[in-house]
Design a protein around this ligand. Structure first.
Ligand code: F6R
Length: 612
């Protein structure tokens, strides 16, 4: 996790680095720091909390640097504190270093370094790198860094400044992203080009794909000067790197009239859902196509099994996808949480299509799972894990700034529905059924719009229940993944303990928790199991549990039974997950707002989870 930024050039280095860091806060925001050389000395400043705290501090101190490295942290080793914040130094303060990733053998290295006299001040794994490089440095910094990275295990990217080389930043990207920005007499280093894209679009990374913006995979070291850079391979030989043009558009994110990015992104969904399907539907043939995977389409015909991988919200989208592929395309589909799958030594039969789902394309667990499959010789069709996947379908949802994922989920579900439609039509689905499914997809935007119009009603319900500390979300079939997603949203942004549960499973144990202080959100939209969930609601009511139903207009039997109802439009079961999820997003948002939490940047989280 964590965001790294570095700057050498004609601008104010401190201000440029702080502005860059603000754009990297999606990678973590529990502490931030900056360091560099000033009048021959390494000096630094660190603060607990968000980058704005660091900004205030450097302004008060009138902190100046000639060149700067900076960092925004998501704690892995050691709690968020000033001492654990990056940059980290060696004992002589000859160097400062910022790091993203995990040094897996840090304990063994620390023991060795301590025996040589190093004094550690933090609980981080990062500090090992600073002491290690300092211990190996005898005047040749490049040699010391090369030697050190040969001794480090794990995925890591780091940038360092040494006081003997005030006009250089040395950078390494080993299975963690790091990109160099080449400006006019100025150079940038960053975990993500978004942080310097307003200054230059000339970048150096191996591939222009969002996932592996790593400088290298071969332990290369880059030395960045004020107006140029050099890259050296593991043997110390210079390697040539192409300067490429950024093609991605980086708009300046703005909340507009909305109080939070999260709310804005919830309200963007009628457009983002449309963008996910527009140009991808063939009304005449009742099917879907993706320009990104068109050439591979014949391969899709041979697919006999599907494996879906993802984490968190992306895994929930995959859950709905798995139901769809089995129901509509009649293809056996396995769903796996990336972080578990990786360590399974899985059986992957021939002709398995792997769909890796990720909003960020940087989730370490999902990348690692896909790499594991690649190592097994599997033919991988991924979504955003572009570099390692054979094909990538873009969500076209625009940047998601709120840490909790909202519009990405609905876009992912639309795309899975389209892919499923295409595969179903290649198999047994009738053209007329395909056409009907297309109409249902095209209706989604307007249906989501209708739910958004009921926001004031949902807010009233949210205010009524916001004081509760425990919630259940229950659903059956297509509503079960929605219950998981609804519960996750509530947990993330309101810090309420919420459990997503298959409604029929409650009676096998969890119903023991139901009482008048534990409300249940009952997701009723799956028409095929409506009678069944009504019985489950009765079971909850019989134990004094308050029930908020999210139900489709026309569903009878709820009024007078449940405590509150959020009505949503009628949608076919296969797509009902989309509108129902939007209702749960609004409910979670307004509960969190009532509780006064930091909705866009909830505690302990980061937008991109780049450590395993
Ligand atoms: C929840 C959330 C996370 C992510 C998960 C996977 O709101 O945002 O659960 O869904 O970390 O991230 P991606 O989709 O970027 O791989």
């Amino acid at each position: 996790m964590c965001g790294i930024f570095g700057y050498l050039g004609r601008r104010n280095a401190v201000k440029t680095a702080i502005d860059g860091l603000k754009k990297l806060e999606y990678r973590g925001y529990d502490s931030a720091g900056i360091a560099g050389v000033f009048q021959g000395q390494i000096i630094g400043c660190k603060e607990v909390g968000k980058v704005e705290g660091l900004e205030r501090e450097v302004q008060e101190l009138d902190f100046q640097l000639e060149s700067a490295i900076a960092h925004t942290r998501w704690a892995t080793h050691g709690k968020p504190s000033q001492i654990n914040a990056h940059p980290h130094y060696d004992n002589a303060r000859s160097l400062a270093l910022v790091h993203n990733g995990i040094i897996e053998n840090h304990l063994a290295l620390k023991k060795e370094l301590v025996s040589q006299g190093a004094r550690f001040v933090s609980e981080t794994d990062t500090e090992v790198i600073s002491h290690l490089i300092a211990s190996l440095y005898k005047g040749d910094l490049l040699f010391a860094v090369r030697k050190a990275i040969g001794m480090l295990k794990g995925a890591f990217a780091f940038a360092l400044i040494h006081k003997d080389f005030p006009d250089q930043i040395v950078v390494v990207g080993h299975e963690s992203p790091l990109v160099i920005g080449v400006g006019e007499q100025e150079m940038f280093v960053s975990s993500d080009p978004v942080a310097f894209s307003e200054f230059t679009h000339n970048v150096v990374f191996e591939l222009l794909q969002p996932i592996n913006r790593c400088l290298n995979g071969n332990d290369e070291v880059a030395v960045v000067h004020r107006d140029t850079f050099e890259v050296f391979d593991a043997a110390g030989q210079r390697s040539e790197k192409k300067i490429e043009k950024l093609t991605a558009k980086f708009g300046t994110a703005s909340k507009g009239a909305y109080e939070h990015y999260t709310l804005k992104e919830i309200f963007e969904q009628p457009q983002t859902i449309r963008s996910a399907y527009v140009d991808r539907l063939s009304e005449e043939f009742g099917t879907a196509h993706f320009e990104e995977v068109q050439t591979e389409m014949p391969e899709l015909l041979d697919v006999e099994r599907i494996l879906i991988l993802g984490c968190g919200t992306s895994w929930h989208a995959g859950y709905l996808g798995a139901y769809l592929f089995e129901d509509m395309a009649r293809i056996p589909t396995q769903l796996e949480i990336s972080s578990e799958y990786r360590y399974k030594n899985p059986l992957v039969p021939h002709r398995t299509l792997v769909i890796a789902i990720s909003q960020s394309g940087e989730t370490a667990d999902t990348i690692a799972a896909v790499r594991e499959l690649k190592a097994k010789g599997t033919n991988v069709h991924g979504s955003t894990l572009s570099r390692i996947a054979d094909a990538c379908i873009n969500m076209r949802a625009g940047p998601e700034i709120g840490v909790c994922s909202t519009k990405a989920f609905t876009s992912q579900v639309v795309i899975l529905s389209l892919l499923c439609l295409a595969m179903a039509r290649m198999r047994n689905m009738h053209k007329e059924d395909g056409k009907r499914f297309i109409t249902a997809i095209e209706d989604l935007s307007a249906q989501v719009e209708q739910i958004l119009e009921t926001a004031p009603h949902i807010e009233k319900i949210a205010n009524k229940y916001a004081h509760h500390e425990n919630f259940f979300f229950v659903g059956r079939r297509y509503m079960y993944p929605v219950s998981l997603e609804g519960a996750l949203k509530l947990k993330e942004i309101s810090y309420i303990n919420a459990n997503g549960y298959p409604a029929g499973e409650l009676k096998h144990g969890a119903i023991a928790l139901i009482n008048e202080n534990c409300p249940t959100v009952a997701l009723c939209s799956n028409k095929g199991t409506y009678e069944k969930i009504l019985s489950n609601i009765m079971e909850i009511k019989a134990r004094n549990g308050p029930v908020i139903a999210i139900a489709e207009s026309g569903q009878k039997g709820l009024e007078g039974i449940v405590d509150d109802i959020i009505w949503i439009p009628e949608v076919i079961d296969e797509l009902a997950g989309i509108p129902a999820t939007v209702a749960t997003q609004l409910l979670a948002y307004y509960i969190a707002r009532k509780r006064g939490t930091d909705i866009d940047k909830p505690r302990n989280l980061a937008k991109s989870v780049t450590v395993e």
